[in-house]
Design a protein around this ligand. Sequence first.
Ligand SMILES: *Cc1c(COP(=O)(O)O)cnc(C)c1O
Ligand code: SF4
Length: 359
Amino acid sequence: MSSFLHTKWQHLLRDSAETPESIAAALNLDAGKLQKVTDRYPARINPYYMNLVKKYGKPLFRQAVPCEEELEDLPWLFPDGLCEEKQSPVRGVFHRYPDRVILAVSSECALFCRHCMRKRDVGKKKFFDREAALAYLENHEEIKDVILSGGDPFMLSDDCLHELLSALRRIPHVETLRIHTRMPCTLPQRITPELVSMLRCHAPLFINTHFNHPYEITGESAFACGLLVDAGIPVGCQSVLLRGVNDNSQILKDLFRGLLRIRVKPYYLHHPDPVAGILPFRMDLAEGLGIYSKILGHISGMAVPPYMVDLPGGGGKTALSRNCFPEADANGWIRLKNFEEKQYFYPALARPLGPAILS
Ligand SMILES: *Cc1c(COP(=O)(O)O)cnc(C)c1O
Ligand code: SF4
């Protein structure tokens, strides 16, 4: 294990490469090319993850380093393609499903993932309206599950998080809390004994983290996940199937088995969302399903997450399996049903040729 384990996470964060010049210098790249991308989508690579990028190359490089293809737009893919803002009653609250909401409590992260589905917001100093959000939750008794997300909630201080979790715990109908954070993977030093002992006071509280490649499972990240699980905090993982990163069934099998070994349960495998800025990572759904079909049944069911797509227009997530794959229209869109049995159109091609023509 490297000495990073004993380096304070605040110091690591402060020493992140964020400017085109600093990233270019660290990785021997052209700052001008990076600049074009960071003008639109900010970059941040902390020293822990930078070290992994240097050690392992492409699969981590692609997740962390801006690439020009991010700027490529298709007029039928939107920055907020999943319509979160339309389903937002209060700034920073996304209420799509009947019994649960997302609170986007921070727009900052320890790494700005190039494939982020919320890249319209991350790094752009968007703040949630704490008082209005708490009032909304109090007034909606149907909400049983509150998900802290962002950005990364662990960018907040321990005190600030404790105060927020305590306020949520005072709402009688809120049963479970979740924190969606990439820190166990991208900056595991953030998972300190102090943070963990604070979190355990707020049980039942679940953490979902985000690993995409077996190279991300290091001594440090295993230690961080172990601290959480030993404190009785269940840890799940939402991975994304990413072109040029993990689009291979053997890599995914190694990833999911590796996660189980560090006691992290694979929760979802997401197809990259149809939003602007993540074209470098999208692949055809048929290809994704082909990869997934070589995993499901081939390794322990404990290790296999459902394969999910998030429906444009705010329909929500729905699982796909090898036995049901609908016919696409000439522009590459298919029809899928959401949890309310309503029909939505989904771009089954990585780059749909036009808007949906199904009706
Ligand atoms: C994904 C998501 C959730 C959580 O969904 P689960 O399937 O319960 O994990 C909640 N709200 C929104 C808006 C989401 O996108
Ligand atoms: S840590 Fe999560 S919210 Fe932040 S950039 Fe990565 S995927 Fe997006």
